[in-house]
Design a protein around this ligand. Sequence first.
Ligand SMILES: *Cc1c(COP(=O)(O)O)cnc(C)c1O
Length: 410
Amino acid sequence: MALINEHYLKLKAGYLFPEIGRRVKEFSLAHPDKKIIRMGIGDVTQPLVPSVLKAFHEGVEEMGNVATFKGYGPEQGYEFLREAIAKNDFEARGVDISADDIFISDGSKCDTGNIQEIFGLDNKIGICDPVYPVYADTTVMSGKTGIYQENGYFEKIIYMPCNEGNRFIPDLPIQRPDLIFLCFPNNPTGTVATKEVLKKWVDYAIANKSIILYDAAYEAFITDKNIPHSIFEIEGAKKVAIEFRSFSKTAGFTGTRCAFTVIPSELVAYDSIGNAHQVKPLWMRRHTTKFNGVSYPVQKAAAAIYSEQGKKEVKEVINFYLENARIMNQSLTSLGFKVFGGINAPYVWVKTKNNMKSWEFFDKLLHEINVVGTPGAGFGPSGEGYFRFSAFAERANVIEAMERITKLFE
Ligand SMILES: *Cc1c(COP(=O)(O)O)cnc(C)c1O
């Protein structure tokens, strides 16, 4: 008899985005004449920049020529890409990360989920609430939790509520997590962490022999000079942190697929009798066993964002999204909404009015002005009463959506 992994049965059935899709579809079928503006799902809208596209094409051409054809590449990723990352993303910021500590992959979603398997089942996992759903769901799949409870939390996960009270920056938890997921700039709240905040977490991890799983998927949106782009800008972090980066939001690679994970040689975790072991070789072992690398043309395309021209082009796209966020932030603020994020991040996190619930607000916007956003409650109980607008949209749509919202609320 084939037995399933019963941990999967604990997962919630109604996942956020399918439910949004269902409601939008139902509405558009009933009102086919309405023009719906979608600012819900966190997917980019602008195409690959010219430098990336050119490198991508060249990579494809090389694959079609016997002299330059490439079969399996190194599982960890081509050195040209890892060197470019080490130099531009880290060395340029005064952070010493070796190309050997970088692992190229096909996505940060996969990496933040897969990383769990090199850690023991008895680890307690700390997760912010609200949160990118992947961290919680993969924790459940890996068997580290109990059941889903009525309060919206899984048993055994240590939740760290983020709310207006702490400006959406988690407080140190009372119970000690062994693995701590942090994401800055944050999805969904758009908030960023200062050096002081990250230092507090690094010190906490050092004191507790915990590891921080730091998701920096949105670092490219940081414009404030004082905000760290990498957790490794914090002293001591190399001993206690893994960082996840992705080309998805940085360079429009959501459909192209390329990301990387940084595991410094200094990082250790412990066996059941307390002996320290380097984490990096375990991830290398997993990577070489279960992964055969990202395609050569994609890695070549990714490396193009580090050329002078590539940097300029990518920056322009980021600035385009940030301008969208600024427009939303300004409109919503002037309508009297409490607005968070949207400055060093592509997400604008808004408190609904009159204590309206997230899904009520969603239905109101959908039905009355045909604008789609994301209900904050879908990211966790502490997101109730909030709403996320994504800046990944066409400018004209952003402007029209804000005009419609203004008519509704002014
Ligand atoms: C979009 C996103 C990612 C990137 O995932 P990919 O698999 O690399 O596309 C990672 N973390 C968060 C929080 C995200 O929103």
